[in-house]
Design a binder for this molecule. Structure first.
Ligand code: NAD
Length: 249
């Protein structure tokens, strides 16, 4: 039986790399496309097809429950099942904590935490034995404090608690839930100097990381593939850090 993987935020970065990787192993992939994203989901689909896979582009705004439900419905209509949920969508909005508005706080929480919950909640009734959820957290939600990103750090820490609870609640149904905790990965998000490090900041930071560089989206996609595979059939409720040893140095 061909597995079906649904991926939020798959028009760019880690989500795009995950779509291509999962397609290459034979999954049918549903490419979540956020309407406001300047990146082209067709490029992800082209990568999926080049890898020999089958994909579908479907609109998804994880800040809306109805959108998450429609996204899962589109996957079911096209492919008849959902096996793996890759809750990857996320935003960064730099804001000093002094004076951060409720709207700024809510915008990040709505996508980075509640968005993971909404996609998982829409999909879990359809997951069966062997199904899995992989959510993308961040070292900012683990052990790494990040100034001017209190909302992001709070959301990403929340993802870790959510995943542990889902692992316990869904385990008896044969469904696993895990999180990945990336360090610095070169993607549109981290290349955005207004909200993150930008190209020069990434280059400088890379030189201080024990592995000698920042990570590539494909290096997160490889762990997504593992966690959503039978090779990880007894791994659940875990948070796997993928940061080139940044946080243990
Ligand atoms: P990215 O900006 O390329 O990807 C984020 C994706 O989320 C985009 O495709 C965007 O369209 C989508 N998105 C934004 N708002 C959305 C919404 N409301 N609904 C649905 N989709 C939405 O950056 P990325 O680095 O590939 O980010 C992927 C994930 O990895 C994010 O959760 C991010 O926080 C996390 N992460 C990234 C890094 C890094 O260094 N790049 C580090 C740790 C964690």
């Amino acid at each position: 039986m061909t597995a079906v993987s649904v991926i939020s935020g798959a028009a760019s970065g880690i989500g795009r790399a995950a779509a291509v990787r999962l397609a290459a192993r034979g999954d049918q992939v549903v490419i979540g496309s956020f309407p406001g994203d300047p990146h082209d989901p067709e490029e992800t689909l082209a990568g999926v097809e080049k890898a020999g896979g089958t994909g579908l582009i479907a609109e998804l705004d994880v800040s809306e429950t109805a959108s998450a439900q429609a996204f899962v419905a589109a996957a079911l209509e096209a492919f008849g099942r959902v096996d793996h949920v890759i809750a990857n969508a996320g935003i960064l909005r730099r804001a000093a904590f002094d004076g951060m508005t409720d709207d700024q706080w809510d915008e990040v929480l709505q996508v980075d935490l509640h968005g993971v919950m909404r996609l998982a909640r829409a999909a879990t009734p359809h997951l069966g034995e062997g199904g899995s959820i992989v959510a993308i957290s961040s070292i900012a939600g683990g052990v790494y404090g990040w100034a001017e990103h209190a909302h992001y750090a709070t959301a990403k820490a929340g993802v870790l608690g959510l995943i542990r609870s889902l692992a316990v609640e869904l385990g008896p149904r044969g469904i696993r839930a895990n999180a990945i905790v990336p360090g610095l990965i070169e993607t549109p998000q981290s290349l955005d100097a207004a909200n993150s490090l930008g190209p020069e900041g990434l280059r400088r930071a890379g030189a201080t990381i024990p592995c000698g560089r920042v990570g590539r989206p494909e290096e997160i996609a490889g762990v997504i593939e593992f966690l959503s595979s039978a090779a990880a059939s007894y791994v659940s409720g875990q948070a796997i850090t993928v940061d080139g040893a940044l946080t243990v140095a």
